[in-house]
Ligand binder design. Structure first.
Ligand SMILES: Cc1ncc(COP(=O)(O)O)c(C=O)c1O
Length: 401
């Protein structure tokens, strides 16, 4: 029999999402009856609000169950246009909006619309796991600028400028950030926008955590800066703010040429996002934000708790995030230690040790391009967080250099 021919080199070389892999591993351990606390989740632990679920049910009952226009049905694009104008000072009309199957899908569509093979895409680390892999999937080269907790995980305009080359095509910007929870100020964003305006590259601004922002931090949309309006793709979605991760509904607003390219690409691949989810999203975006605020307040309470507890641990430092629902503590002082049997050389060993010895699932910082850290999600109940932190503390106490 002939040997099978080799599969695609490109997709074979793409990294698996470590966050999804670890979430699946923790779930498998739970199925085996092990009492695992999973702090890996990238989704709110609250159910989708009742009124939004009702909108989905009446979409089915009303037979809104067929293909819609590829770009999203008009009423939803109009609602997104209004949301952009009201909340973000972004002037995109319904024809300048593309609705897709999640913000992840929107980001990939945007990269497809913008990039040619060999183009460079600038990403700041710690980054969301999918950005570099998506850049590679469109045959572009991810160029990573490293940031640390010392600079609040932010990139300066100067650092951005020095990463530019003639091949730079796009900059992926994410505030509030996954995994650090960092939020840029308006002034910092304006400085960055000056660099973008000077060189004519595109910005893909991932604003999926826009509503999950704490204390006096404020969200500012980079695309609202006039000088770079037509170079900016603003991506958002209903997953995080409305606890609708499974509905798979995201969207982007951008110049009509970008939307045109992205819509053609989507039209050949997936067509419209799920019609039922579109109706539910319309309802989410046009209803008062009371539920969103309630979830936000609860996340803020948990953030304060977990940051306090982590900083009380020996050899751990944790910057207080201003948004999203993750903490990204620095743990590299623990590298080189051991509990007598388990040697901790790096972030991967540490997370493995926490999972096997403490039954707490966390994600190694290396998945986000920052190996001195680990990521914990606080999208879990207070009770789970308390148990998780207790177990982490006990595990770390056993580690000796
Ligand atoms: C920074 C960031 N962008 C985009 C997404 C994807 O969101 P969606 O569920 O809308 O595809 C996530 C989900 O984890 C995320 O953390």
């Amino acid at each position: 029999m002939k040997q099978r021919r080799p599969l695609s080199q490109k997709t074979t070389a793409i990294a698996e999402s470590q966050t999804l892999a670890l979430t699946a591993r923790a779930a498998a351990m739970k199925r085996e009856g092990i009492d695992v606390i999973s702090l890996t989740a990238g989704e709110p632990d609250f159910p989708t609000p009742e009124h939004i679920k009702r909108a989905g049910i009446s979409a089915i009952e009303g037979n809104f169950t067929k293909y819609t226009s590829n770009n999203g049905f008009h009423d939803l694009r109009e609602a997104i246009s209004n949301k952009f104008k009201k909340e973000n000072d972004l002037q995109w009309e319904p024809q300048e909006i593309l609705v897709s199957s999640g913000a992840k899908h929107s980001i990939f569509n945007a990269l497809q619309a913008i990039c040619n093979p060999g183009d460079e895409v600038i990403i700041t680390a710690p980054y969301w796991v999918s950005y570099p892999e998506m850049a590679k999937l469109v045959d572009a080269k991810p160029i990573v600028i490293n940031t640390t907790d010392e600079s609040g995980f932010k990139v300066s305009a100067k650092e951005l400028r020095s990463a530019l080359s003639l091949k730079t095509k796009a900059f992926i910007f994410n505030s509030p950030s996954n995994p650090t929870g960092m939020v840029y100020t308006q002034e910092e964003i304006e400085d960055i926008a000056k660099v973008i305006a000077d060189v004519g590259i595109y910005v893909i601004s991932d604003e999926i955590y826009e509503h999950l922002i704490y204390g006096n931090a404020k969200h500012f949309s980079i695309g609202s800066i006039d000088a770079i309006r037509d170079q900016t793709v603003t991506v958002n979605g209903v997953s995080k703010a409305f606890s609708m991760t499974g509905w798979r509904l995201g969207y982007m607003g951008a110049h009509k040429d970008i939307i045109g390219n992205a819509a053609k690409f989507q039209g050949q691949l997936t067509s419209n996002a799920c019609s039922i989810s579109q109706k539910a999203a319309l309802y989410a975006l046009t209803s008062p934000l009371d539920e969103v605020r309630r979830m936000r307040d609860e996340f803020e309470r948990r953030r304060d708790y977990i940051v306090g507890e982590l900083n009380a641990l020996d050899r751990v430092t944790c910057t207080k995030p201003k948004g999203a629902f993750y903490v990204f503590p620095r743990v590299d002082e623990l590298y080189g230690s051991s509990d007598g049997t388990f040697a901790i050389r790096n972030d991967v060993d540490l997370c493995e040790y926490l999972l096997v010895e403490g039954n707490v699932a966390t994600v190694p910082g290396g998945a986000f391009g920052a190996e001195k850290y680990i990521r914990l999600s606080y999208a879990s109940s207070m009770e789970e967080l308390r148990k998780g932190i207790e177990r982490i503390g006990e595990c770390f106490d056993k580690l000796r250099s």
